[in-house]
Design a protein around this ligand. Structure first.
Ligand SMILES: O=c1ccn([C@@H]2O[C@H](COP(=O)(O)O)[C@@H](O)[C@H]2O)c(=O)[nH]1
Length: 282
């Protein structure tokens, strides 16, 4: 199987062609019923197919939320698998939002699930949790490099509860950095020297306000959830990310999905968000 270009290069190319917007695919039960669908495997399948058919040819990045597919067991995973394949066939990139994190051989097995090129759920990138220690992610970092995939490490998440962990200061750190800042520094190390963009990104919420005390210049992508239903807007991005805004992948799930099931409604919502992002960050 031929190796892929590194994820960071593919992401930069796709964002240049389609704009940086990421649409999250989160089949909430409440959205299924708002779309007139049952909260069952058939509803999940119709919902997912509708989003893919409406948007796969125009949006740069999709972020399926694995939890909403896992709810339905193996049949839900089969829907997820097909969505990933169809999105990638249409030229979009897929960030699997599964937030995996574990140690040693278990982390290696998670990595093989999403990052081995011939795996059924192979995705362009995977969200991972570093809260068993950044070093515990090594099997995923190594396999992502080998496969041309990427990772998004939870650094400063969009939810207010994240602060008690991510903004805590590590007593042994001579620089007195917060845990979130430490994660960003690890990512900057992974991405050193990569052009045009490293493949190891951070999740940094668009809801967080001024982050100028953090060094967001990690030479890698910054996945920014929190736009739409959580209250942030594209206009907030420059204030949150400063100069690093050029590497931001702004992510919206419910803010787009609530405009279905009509394909034209989904397309118009995505177009509006893309336009607001372009106006805010150029
Ligand atoms: O810090 C984080 C990390 C991940 N998420 C995920 O993004 C979407 C947000 O959905 P919206 O409907 O746009 O609020 C969801 O899948 C979260 O699990 C996040 O919100 N914040």
């Amino acid at each position: 199987m031929s190796p892929l270009d590194p994820f960071g290069a593919r992401l930069r190319r796709t964002m240049d062609a389609r704009g940086p917007l990421c649409v999250g695919i989160d089949p909430h039960g409440s959205l299924l019923s708002a779309w007139g669908l049952n909260d069952d495997i058939h509803g999940l399948e119709t919902f997912t197919r509708t989003v893919v058919d409406a948007l796969a040819d125009r949006v740069a990045v999709f972020k399926p939320q694995s939890a909403f597919f896992e709810r339905f067991g193996s049949r839900g995973i089969a829907v997820l698998e097909k969505a990933v394949a169809d999105l990638r066939d249409a030229g979009a990139l897929v960030i699997m939002d599964a937030k995996r994190g574990d140690i040693g051989s278990t982390m290696a097995a998670y990595a093989e699930t999403y990052l081995r090129k011939d795996a059924p759920l192979f995705s362009d990138a995977l969200t991972v949790s570093p809260y068993l220690g950044y070093g515990s992610l090594k099997p995923a970092v190594d396999l992502a490099r080998e496969s041309g995939a990427g990772l998004f490490v939870l650094a400063l998440t969009s939810n207010p509860e994240g602060a008690e962990v991510q903004r805590a200061v590590r007593s042994e750190d001579p620089a007195g950095r917060t845990i979130g800042a430490t994660m960003l520094a690890h990512l900057a190390d992974e991405n050193a020297g990569e052009t045009p963009l490293g493949s190891f990104g951070a999740v940094v919420g668009a809801t967080l306000g001024d982050l100028s005390s953090y060094d967001l210049d990690i030479n890698g992508p910054l996945l920014a959830p929190g736009i739409g239903a959580q209250g942030a807007t594209p206009a907030d991005l420059p204030g949150v990310f400063g100069a690093a805004v050029r590497n931001v992948v702004p992510s919206v799930s419910r803010g787009v999905l609530r405009h279905g099931p009509d394909a034209a409604g989904l397309r118009e919502a995505a177009r509006r968000y893309a336009e607001e992002v372009r106006a805010a960050i150029g």
